[in-house]
Write a protein that binds this ligand. Sequence first.
Ligand SMILES: Nc1ncnc2c1ncn2[C@@H]1O[C@H](COP(=O)(O)OP(=O)(O)O)[C@@H](O)[C@H]1O
Ligand SMILES: [Mg+2]
Length: 279
Amino acid sequence: MGALHRIDPAPAAATILQRPSALDPSAGDPVVQVRGITKRYGGSVEALKDIDLDIPRGKLTTLLGPSGCGKTTLLKIIAGLLEPSSGEVRVNGREVTGPGPERAFVFQDFALMPWATVLRNAAFGLELRGVPRREREDIGRHYIREVGLAGFEERYPHELSGGMRQRVGLARALAVKAEVLLLDEPFSAVDEQTRRKFQEDLLRLVAQEKKTFLFVTHSIEEAVYLSDGIVMLSRRPGRINRIIEPAIDRSGSPDEIRRDKHYLDTVEEIWHGLRDYVD
Ligand SMILES: Nc1ncnc2c1ncn2[C@@H]1O[C@H](COP(=O)(O)OP(=O)(O)O)[C@@H](O)[C@H]1O
Ligand SMILES: [Mg+2]
């Protein structure tokens, strides 16, 4: 397998190892710590079991797993939108007891206000925090540009495609300057072309914004294309199956990356790993 990382079963407290970087003094200091998380719905459905995970700062980490394995559940628990049945989540060392300004959740179904413009939607988190109009609109405009929607500030959500609405959701999350962005299958509702464009933009944002992205997908290709670390969850109840660091060379064009042998080998390796427990 040459350069491919060895894939080990996750140890008890699974850690996404970081490549040491002299440029990043905070490397090695996990921003999110998930400890012993189990979630049961209504006493019977066990969605997650014994999840232990460290999410490294400033990286893009992906939760990958089959439909119904608890990806959204885990993301919501980290967001503080859902209480675990047992275990705890810490963000910057502090226990999560609810939503907080250092975390922003980008919903699968966009969650935009239909009666408000793109600009107001993008700046809405700031409005809630009482940031003066002028200032929040400047910030909103900046992030609307960053997500590739310049010129659409005065449009309404119903005038936008699904992919564009998703970008407004991302702009809103970026505008509140949260450190941790939680994205639940942000590309699931868009066509392939839009998806690829959005993936490229997301990679640029990850490099530029130096934020921590925790991203949910069920697409292996997408996970490998985007991620520094991939957390593979098993079927329900979701447990951590494996953790993989793709270490893809992303200096080439998107087409070059998708033709890269290491990229293709990693996709194949994950696919075989998934088959082992899906069968
Ligand atoms: N509010 C709920 N009540 C009962 N069961 C739920 C609820 N939300 C999710 N589940 C169940 O928990 C499991 C995990 O769901 P979810 O986290 O949405 O999975 P994923 O995002 O990986 O598709 C699924 O079997 C789902 O049906
Ligand atoms: Mg889901």
